[in-house]
Design a protein around this ligand. Structure first.
Ligand code: NAD
Length: 296
């Protein structure tokens, strides 16, 4: 069994949601923590939560859309602990809106926050893990939206498919060089986190209050729907345990919503036959995205 006690975890997006709950779980397992996030006040709250559990921990205010800040995050973790045994890339945003309305800056924002942040972290952390003794693990948070598609969020789906594809491709490269690094990609459907507060985490460089899009009906309805989807999702309580169990079992894909599995299979089956996306065929699966049932 893999042992995480006394190992070092670097977690992005640690202020809220999955990042926060994984930081708590890692602390309970006796890990030393480096916690990164753009939301500094909430990050300090996570720091205090894990310290109360007894964990050794540091906070590193980081905007993951900047490569130099990812470099600094890794450097600070190394200067504190001199090793990184588990990297969790959980920082991310969710941006709804049809392609003909969504501003290009929002595409740039999500591609940097959800994809490039992970690319820049992997570039730096894989060589560190390769030089260390023992095994390293990396968890890239993607989404069910990296395995199947549905309407109204093309920027989100494009980014999450890219995260899944990037993670699979890197896994082959690691196997080819017999690396001591295990990659994992987390693909949940809706889970109750703070993701519907994405707008609170918009960096200044992606902000333009004069753009009429941000007062449009499309934007407002997208925000409203995001809140409904996330607040009616699966409770987060058991998710960190599911993830750590999957890391221990060396699972590559980590899924939480078994009711969605037929949709993944149906999409794969349609590809060789040339059949494209079909809203009517998708409808029954969309009802499963909020399920809270466990697999029987
Ligand atoms: N909650 C869900 O239903 C769900 C489903 C599938 C995938 N995901 C993915 O999980 C990941 C984590 O989201 P969550 O649901 O925990 O949401 P969340 O909003 O609760 O947490 C995301 C964290 O990322 C941080 N963050 C955002 N932009 C940042 C930046 N530029 N630099 C540093 N930190 C930044 C936020 O401050 C926040 O702490 C995201 O990639 C999201 O797409 C979530």
């Amino acid at each position: 069994m893999k042992e995480f006690k006394d190992k070092v975890a670097l977690i992005t997006g640690a202020a809220h949601g999955f990042g926060h709950s994984l930081a708590i779980e890692a602390a309970q397992r006796g890990m030393k923590l480096a916690l990164a996030d753009i939301d500094q006040d909430a990050l300090e709250k996570t720091l205090s939560d894990v310290k109360k559990i007894g964990a050794q921990a540091i906070s590193i205010p980081t905007d993951v859309t900047e490569e130099s800040e990812i470099a600094n995050m890794v450097d600070e973790t190394m200067s504190k602990y001199n090793e990184i045994n588990l990297l969790i890339n959980s920082a991310g945003v969710a941006i709804p809106g049809p392609i003909w309305e969504l501003p290009t800056r929002d595409w740039e924002w999500i591609l940097h926050a959800d994809l490039m942040s992970q690319v820049w972290a992997l570039k730096r952390v894989i060589p560190i893990m390769e030089k260390q003794k023992g095994h390293g693990d990396i968890l890239n948070v993607a989404s069910m939206a990296g395995l199947i598609t549905s309407p109204l969020m093309p920027a989100y789906y494009a980014t999450k498919f890219a995260v899944v594809g990037m993670t699979e491709a890197v896994e082959y490269d690691l196997q080819a060089v017999k690396a001591n690094v295990g990659l994992h990609v987390f693909c949940p459907a809706f889970v109750q986190t703070d993701l519907y507060h994405t707008e609170n985490h918009r960096p200044a460089k992606y902000t333009d209050k004069s753009d009429p899009y941000y007062s449009s009906k499309t934007f407002k309805e997208g925000q409203k729907q995001a809140k409904i989807d996330i607040t009616t999702g699966m409770p987060i309580d058991n998710v960190p345990k599911i993830i750590f169990k999957a890391l221990e079992d060396d699972k590559f894909y980590i899924l939480t919503h078994p009711g969605m599995n037929p949709a993944i299979v149906a999409r794969a089956k349609n590809i060789p036959s040339g059949e494209g996306p079909d809203l009517k065929a998708l409808a029954p699966f969309l009802e499963q995205t909020h399920e809270v049932k466990e697999d029987k």
